[in-house]
Design a protein around this ligand. Structure first.
Ligand SMILES: O=C(O)C1=C[C@@H](OP(=O)(O)O)[C@@H](O)[C@H](O)C1
Ligand SMILES: C=C(OP(=O)(O)O)C(=O)O
Length: 476
């Protein structure tokens, strides 16, 4: 009986090849998603290079955090899981490069496998180059197509050693041979990913000298940069900002970093991008879903997704421990999502059920993620008969004119491109449309292994699974 993505096999171990979510009435209930991937991986970096012990609670157990933990273990960081990994006790190696740590990687490079985790490869590239040693960071094929050139180019001139991204277009694997950062100011481009700047910021205290980072051109996904600063502060990192003009964040020009990391107790919020699926379930089904553990003041910018649903016509309410969305008649909107780009796929599915087109803007960088989240999203939504216009910076999604017609033509098979967010967003289609089959459901393991089981609990309806052996419903 498949329950979590990491055990998606049936009783005779045949792998699950596809899943259908069963349509029904309004989705009502409450949900607490697992810990935030972004906060867990940031906290792991700061705790690993801190002096002393940290206790991280509410941490995410998933592929992206596992590859971070396994990589840090290779430089001698002790990370002990408690409570199935939802608490991690980390013994930091201290910010200062120790001879022992150097020795680990003085001859052959330490090989680190980072799967398809953007946060892991970008944060580690910066941190390890500041720490010193010889490393090779490689992942799955798609990771070797995801750019890291702006980060490597920022580090190289300020490095005592060498660094290179070896795939075409300056993508991983990344080879590092470093005796640390020189302290020279850095210049980083932020138009492709904010993770480059976040990585450099977090590595500042590891370099154990004040670091100045200038931003070249625009910076995408700014809330993640603010998250980085907030998290660093908890561990003793200090950041100072310089802006152009009066608009603080859009005019971000420079960050100064100093301080050193000390072990601490840190509580990880539930994942706000994961929460988007449950709020959207309420929006699409005309139900009511409360996500617990997230508030308007959350460190994660993606909580703003609930406000976007409000803009479409849902009712929004919040208190000191949760945000609730009540579905209502949905209107199409024109929305800038550059700051909350991980929720574009969720919104695109909701937009199919609105009364007019929805234009999503500002997410050109979504083409560089687990898959091309503009082009491939459009291809999949068109399989439903929807009109979807692709733009350089986003999409226009036109509503489905006759959702009922879908069932007449037999199943619609949705490809996920091994992208967890394609799978979790397309799951929402099944709440309203019969005959939706989602391929490779196990890809949610990247950030949310228990997604299918949690959705089943929330809806109270069993999904239908197809394995290489058979098709059938399974009890929640
Ligand atoms: O810093 C982070 O934790 C993240 C930043 C975002 O990436 P980009 O800055 O590449 O948009 C986001 O898509 C990713 O899931 C997590
Ligand atoms: C883009 C994502 O992840 P990452 O860049 O960390 O691989 C994501 O989780 O949607």
């Amino acid at each position: 009986m498949p329950q979590s993505a990491s055990t998606l096999t049936d009783s005779d171990s045949s792998p699950v090849t596809r899943v259908s979510v069963v349509p029904g009435g309004p989705v009502e209930g409450k949900m607490r998603p697992p810990g935030s991937k972004s906060l867990t991986n940031r906290a792991l970096i700061c705790a690993a290079f801190a002096s002393g012990t940290s206790r991280l609670s509410g941490t995410l157990v998933s592929e992206d955090t596992e590859v971070m933990i396994e990589s840090l273990a290779k430089i001698g960081v002790s990370i002990k899981p408690v409570d199935g990994g939802r608490t991690l006790v980390v013994e930091g190696v201290g910010g200062v490069v120790s001879d022992d740590a150097r020795k680990i990687s003085s001859e052959t490079p330490v090989e680190m496998f980072i799967a398809n985790s953007g946060t892991t490869v970008r944060f580690l590239t910066a941190a390890l180059s500041a720490f010193g040693g010889k490393y090779r960071l490689s992942g799955i094929d798609r990771m070797h197509e995801r750019p890291i050139g702006d980060l490597v180019d920022a580090i190289a001139p300020a490095l005592d050693g060498s660094i290179a991204a070896t795939s075409e277009g300056k993508c991983p694997p990344v080879d590092i041979d470093s005796k640390g950062w020189t302290g020279q100011p850095m210049r980083v481009g932020g138009g492709v990913s904010s993770q480059y700047l976040s990585g450099l910021m977090m590595a500042g205290p590891i370099a154990s000298k004040p670091i100045r980072i200038e931003i070249v051109g625009e910076m995408v996904s700014i809330p993640y940069v603010r998250m980085t600063a907030r998290l660093m502060e908890s561990f003793g990192g200090v950041t100072g900002w310089e802006f152009d003009g009066d608009e603080p964040w859009s005019g971000l020009r420079c960050v100064n970093v100093e301080g050193s990391y000390q072990g601490c107790e840190f509580d990880v919020e539930p994942d706000a991008s994961a929460a988007s699926y449950f709020w959207a379930a309420a929006a699409i089904s005309g139900g009511r879903v409360r996500v617990e553990g997230l508030t308007e003041n959350a460190t994660q910018g993606d909580v703003r997704f609930a406000r976007v649903l409000e803009q479409m016509g849902c009712q929004y309410s919040s208190d000191e421990n949760g945000i609730t969305i009540q579905g209502g008649p949905l209107s199409g909107i024109d929305v800038e999502m550059g700051e909350i780009s991980d929720t574009v796929q969720t919104l695109a599915v909701v937009a199919l059920f609105a009364d007019g087109p929805t234009r999503v803007r500002g997410v050109a960088h979504n083409r560089f993620k687990e898959t091309d989240r503009i082009g491939n999203l459009a291809i999949e939504l068109r399989k439903l008969g929807a009109r979807v216009d692709e733009h350089d910076d986003g999409l226009t999604i036109h509503p489905l004119s006759d959702p009922a017609r879908l069932s007449v033509g037999g199943p619609v098979v949705m490809e996920t491109y091994n992208d967890h967010r394609m799978a979790m967003s397309f799951a929402l289609l099944g709440l309203r449309l019969p005959g939706i089959e989602i391929l490779n459901p196990a890809c949610t393991r990247k950030t949310y292994p228990d997604f299918w089981a949690d959705l089943q609990t929330l809806t109270g309806r069993s999904h239908v699974w197809t394995t290489t052996g058979a098709t059938g419903a399974v009890a929640p």
